[in-house]
Structures are given as C-alpha cells and as structure tokens.
Design a protein around this ligand. Structure first.
Ligand code: GLA
Ligand code: ZN
Length: 682
C-alpha cells in the first residue's frame, strides 16, 4: 500500500533547509552576500518578515514593500523558497502609541507598555484591523511570486489578555457554552466558599489578585484562551486564503507549551510546524534524545502522520539556555536528522544571520558575525544540506505505529491545577516521557495523541495518569478493548470528568472501572525519597519476575475481576495489587498502580511489545543510546539509525544487506557507529 504525502507545496518537492531571515535589519549589499552564502550552505528556504512590521509600515497607513520585493526576487533568482510571515508577533512603536488598546492587559489588570514582542490583545478591533490590512497587502502583493511557498502565521502564539474586551468575550463564550448561570454554577461547583455567581457580569478570568480556587473556571479560561487564539489566527489567515487559496499556512508551535491546546489549533492550519531547542550536552543526551523524539512525534501525530516542519532549531547554541554550550561536532546533523526521522520534511533554523544588536545578537546562526563561510558551524550546516539532498526520496513518507500514547493538554491542565495528592507538578509529562522511552529504546514507533483521537487503528493504547475522562472517552476505550485492543493505564486515572468534577461511586470513573476490572479505593502519596516496591508472581504470559522500585504514588486497589500480576512489597498494603490485567471482550486492560522505576517500564512494555508483536523500525538489538526510527511510503522503508552517545558503538545488523543513503555505503552484519553518527538504511 502506498502511503505518501504530497510535498508541502508542489513548487518545492524537496526538503526545505534554511531559517529565519531578517533582511530588514541589514542593507542590500548584505542581502547579495546572503544569497551567495545560502547556496554555499545548501540552504533553499528563507523565512522572511516575521518581525518586519515596522519596516513594512513605517508610519500608519504608509507602506513600503520595496525592500521585501527585492528580497523575494533575490530568493527566487537564487532558486530559493520563501516562507513568508505575517508580522503580528511584534508591532511598530507608532501602533502601540497611537492605540494603546492593542497592548495586552495582565491578570493584575495593568496594561503593558510598548516593548518586546508577543504582546498584543487578540480582541482589540484596532489590532485586528491593522493585521487584516497588512496581511491582505502581503497576500495581494506576493500571491503570484515564484518564491512564496508557505505562510508563517505570526510567531509562537502565546499569552492571554485581561482587558475589558477580552473579559467580555470570555463571558460571551461562557454564555454560549452553558446557556444558564445555574448550569455554570453547578458545573463549576461554585457553592464552595460561597462563590456562586448571580450575574454573568460577576465572572472574571482567574487572577492572582482575584479568583484562583474554582477549578472549572481555571479550566474554561484556558480553553477560552486557546479558542481566542484560534479566532485571532483565523482572522489572520482569512485574507491569505482569499488571495492564495493554494499556499499552505502554518504557525510555529512550541512543543508541549502548556498555554495552548495545539490539538484544537491543528485543524485550522495546513501543515504543523514547531520550534525545537533541546539543550544538548547539558546532562544525559540519551534521555534528552528520547524526550525530543516524544515531541517530534506529537507534531507528526497532530495531523495524523502528515510530515511536519522543523521551523526553528539552532545550528550551534542559543543565548537563553543556562549556558551557551555549542553543539559538539556531529550533533547538528544528528539532532536535525532526528527531526526528519520522526517525520519532519524541513530543517530550519533560528537564525540565518546573527544580528549586530539587541536581545538575540549572541544567538546561534548559520552566518556568524565574522560574516564568511569559513566557520565550523557554517560547514556543519552545509554538510547537512548536502545530506538532505541525498534523502530526497524520504520527503512525504511517514510511519504508522502500532502504539499510541495519550498525552492530553486538558488532562495536564486539570491535574496540575489540583491540590493533591501531591503539591506542584504531578509528574504527568515526566511519566509520559518515561513511558515513551521504553518504546523509543527498542525502536518501536509511537504516535502521541490526545484522548479525542481515533484509537481503532492501534494494537496498544497507553494512557499514563488519565486523570480526566472527557465525555465518551471511557466508552471509546471500552470499544477499543472489546474489539481486541490492549489498553494500559496507571494510578490517578479516571478521577474527574471534563469539568474537573470528581467521579462519584468509585474510581476509575465511567466505564473504566469495568474495563480494568478494579476499584481504586485510595491513593498513597509518598514523600520525596520514600520508596516501596512491587513484586511479581509467576505470570506465564508476560514472563516478568523480580522486584521494581515504586515512588511518588501508590494506588490501593481492589481487583474486581482483574488478575493480579504483581503486588506491593511493603507497608500496610503489602500483598495488595500493584499490576493487574483484565480480560474484556477480545482485548485486555492493564493497570499499573504505582510510579515504578524505568527498569519496570522497560521490562513491562518490552514484554507487551513481544506479546503484541508491535511494529519495530528494525528488528535488531539496539545498544544504549542508539535510536532507530522508520519512515516509509508503505513500500520502501527508510530506517534512521542514530547514535546519541559521545562514543562509538557496535551494532549488529544481522544478515540483511542495507544501503546507507547518506554515504552510499553498503552494510551487513557488524557495523561501527561513530559518536553522534547517523545512517539512513534502505
Ligand atoms: C523562539 C522565537 C525566535 C527566537 C528563538 C530563539 O523560538 O520564535 O524568534 O527568539 O526563540 O531561540
Ligand atoms: Zn484584550
């Protein structure tokens, strides 16, 4: 079966390689030099205009596109592509001064002054009018330009505004959702501390100087902020669609940034893109590689396997991490090709050329202040550019994993807002990443989805800490297991509904209790440093044995039909269930009651992978720190083998013969992978 996506834009059926380009900070002689360097760097894509509003509209209503005309032409003349941005991420000083209402109001009700960026009110009619005008002018002017291939909408949308307009919009949003104040009061459980509202006008967004204790309000505000951002983004996209219906639009996401639910934003854009800045060489690079892969997989999953764009990454070091540790030789290609391995069809940077002044003058770039190509970083970029050219056939391919892991934004919001059973961060993202790593280290591809996606195509569905169950999700999980799927969830699951109201009549709530065949009566939260252990009995099917350490949380459950595979070793609940399996329909559902060590995750998910015969990228043993990831069109398979160790490792490829697309070399049997080396086997 062919499984191949068309290129991002038919004009550019290749990997995009390039970066954020700010010609508006420089003079035309520098632009000419940029073009020469762009070719030397084997770059073909420049993201222009991201923060160029002041250059495009120097004073209100007077526009100057002459410089951008020349830049766009230069890019096209040099066979490059332009990722053209709408400039709403930062605004000109005149705009803020003439119309202070375009600036954001903080939760303490103070309006920001002009400055920095990402500082606009999404409701402001003036801001909306000004963005519509500039976006329409850009679209009209460049609609037929040969360089234009993608629209880059604004930049890293984030933040919230508490002005009168935004607060009124929030109240309208609530009225639409709840229709009656009684329903809202009920849903938010406002009788608590006498917070019952008697008029819609009494409702204000959460604020440190006001309400923070009504969890339903907090959750709805976050949902509203996402919806408001989408509304603003759609407002930005509308004039582009009018003029350029065939040019795809994207906006750059920020990984697991908690401020916006990217699953809600994804349907409104044509291609997913994200900005990836792992701080390599700061500690355990192998763990970081897995954590980064996790986020790449979210971005691929956001559009159901469609290739995404690595919109930003740094060719050397950033200027905002604790120390600007430069990438060790080889790490640049490795981390870039890792994105490609997980589904990116681009490798793009922040930034093309280091600026001379202001906040990002020391941020890594392809072109350094020295200005020429004879730098280590430039040469690594150029080398990667040549490598991407050799991987041409990989463009448009994807992967169809057997496993889906649920990482859900709203679940994260609700769980972390709760006081109890531990303070502060509940460890949800951490558990998701650690669980992911159990698959990553075996070269098993994984989709990372939210709880609203279709489960039916997977063999295994893993839902760590599924605290919230939105309406219908338990039913869909039940159907998945009934139909033969394997479901795994953990402690602190099935606790609240989509309104953050606790399920009554026994956890895990809804149908989950029946699917898992147990009742979770109470949960013991352990102090930092406290441990318990879980001990395996003789389980034929999984073949696990021995003991594993448990920390943080120990759920105390009663099996109600589930088989007990492991029990607690210590404390008053010694001997009670610690891992259970329940047969349900033609499938099985497992429950892990405690936060167990990584060895447990490796052993447990390893055993499940064997039992379920899960798709692996390559059927070989992977040494520690070596990752294998698959891209395929359904026929040809491209296996990316990546060594995240700072030292060489030996790998046994077995009897099959492979060609490495990067070097053209053929391999079979034992091979050595140098430190940070990548091979793309075909
Ligand atoms: C973000 C922004 C860029 C730049 C980089 C620096 O991703 O989108 O404009 O500031 O950070 O790392
Ligand atoms: Zn506002």
């Amino acid at each position: 079966m062919k499984d191949h996506y068309p290129p991002l834009n038919p004009k550019a059926p290749v990997f995009l390689h390039g970066g954020d380009y700010n010609p508006d900070q420089w003079t035309p002689d520098v632009w000419e030099e940029d073009m020469r360097l762009m070719k030397l760097a084997h770059c073909n894509a420049m993201s222009v205009g991201i923060f160029a509003w002041a250059a495009l509209e120097p004073t209100e209503g007077s526009f100057d596109f002459s410089w951008l005309d020349r830049v766009m032409d230069l890019i096209a003349e040099n066979n490059g592509y332009a990722v053209l941005a709408t400039p709403s991420g930062a605004r000109p000083a005149w705009l803020a001064r003439t119309y202070p209402q375009v600036l954001r109001v903080r939760p303490d009700r103070q309006r920001n002054l002009f400055g920095r960026r990402h500082n606009h009110c999404p409701s402001s009619p003036v801001y909306r009018e000004k963005t519509r005008t500039i976006n329409a002018k850009l679209a009209e002017r460049y609609q037929d330009h040969p360089a234009l291939i993608v629209w880059h909408i604004s930049n890293e949308y984030s933040g919230e505004c508490h002005c009168n307009l935004c607060r009124a919009a929030f109240r309208r949003w609530l009225m639409e959702k709840y229709e009656s104040l009684d329903v809202l009061n009920q849903t938010w459980w406002t009788a608590f501390w006498s917070h019952t509202y008697s008029d819609w006008g009494e409702i204000d967004p959460p604020s440190e100087i006001g309400e923070t204790s009504v969890h339903g309000l907090n959750l709805d505000w976050k949902r509203f902020v996402t919806d408001m951002t989408i509304d603003f983004m759609r407002h930005e996209i509308a004039p582009l669609r009018d003029h350029t219906p065939d040019v795809p639009v994207t906006t750059n996401f920020m990984g697991t940034f908690p401020g916006l639910n990217y699953w809600k934003m994804a349907p409104h854009i044509d291609v997913i893109s994200w900005d990836s800045y792992p701080n390599w060489h700061a500690g355990d690079d192998v763990r970081l590689a897995s954590d980064t892969a996790f986020v790449h997989d979210i971005n691929r999953s956001l559009k159901d396997g469609k290739p995404f764009m690595l919109m930003e990454s740094v060719p050397s070091a950033t200027n905002w991490q604790p120390a600007a540790k430069v990438k060790r030789p080889g790490m640049h290609a490795l981390s870039s090709l890792q994105a490609v391995a997980h589904g990116s069809d681009t490798v793009q940077y922040f930034q093309w050329r280091k600026s001379r002044g202001s906040a990002e003058k020391f941020h890594g770039a392809v072109v350094d202040h020295v200005g020429h190509e004879k730098t280590r970083v430039f040469q690594e970029v150029a080398k990667l550019g040549r490598q991407l050219e050799r991987l041409q056939d990989v463009v448009g391919t994807t992967v169809r994993p057997d496993v889906a892991l649920i990482y859900d934004w709203e679940n994260n919001w609700a769980m972390n807002d709760a006081q109890g059973p531990r303070r502060g961060d509940k460890g949800y993202l951490d558990l998701c990443k650690r669980t992911y790593r159990a698959f990553w280290q075996q070269g098993i591809p994984v989709d990372i989805i939210d709880m609203d996606q279709d489960f039916s195509r997977y063999k295994l569905l893993v839902a760590p800490m599924l605290y919230m169950i939105r309406r219908g999700v338990d039913q869909r999980i039940a159907e998945f297991v009934e139909g033969g799927g394997t479901f795994v969830c953990t402690y602190w699951s099935g606790i609240v509904d989509e309104n953050d109201l606790v399920f009554l009549n026994g956890w895990p709530g809804g149908k989950l209790r029946e699917v898992l065949g147990l009742w979770a009566e109470e949960i013991d939260a352990l102090y930092e440093g406290d441990t318990n252990a879980i001990v395996f009995g003789d389980d034929e099917a999984l073949g696990l044995s021995g003991e594993y350490q448990a920390r943080d949380y120990c759920d105390l459950v009663h099996a109600e039909g589930a088989i007990v595979l492991a029990t607690y070793k210590e404390d008053f609940y010694a001997g009670r269930p610690a891992l259970t399996r329940n047969a349900y329909g033609s499938g099985e559902a497992y429950y892990i009651t405690s936060n167990n060590d990584d060895d447990f995750l490796t052993a447990f998910y390893g055993a499940l992978a064997g039992k379920l015969d899960l798709l692996r990228s390559i059927n070989i043993a992977l040494p520690h720190g070596v990752s294998a990831q698959l891209r395929s069109d359904g026929e040809r398979r491209y296996v990316f083998i990546m060594n995240f160790n700072a030292a060489p490792v030996q790998l046994d490829l077995g009897d099959q013969a492979y060609t490495d697309l990067l070097s053209g070399d053929e391999f079979t049997g034992e091979v050595e992978l140098a430190a940070y080396a990548v091979k793309v086997l075909n």
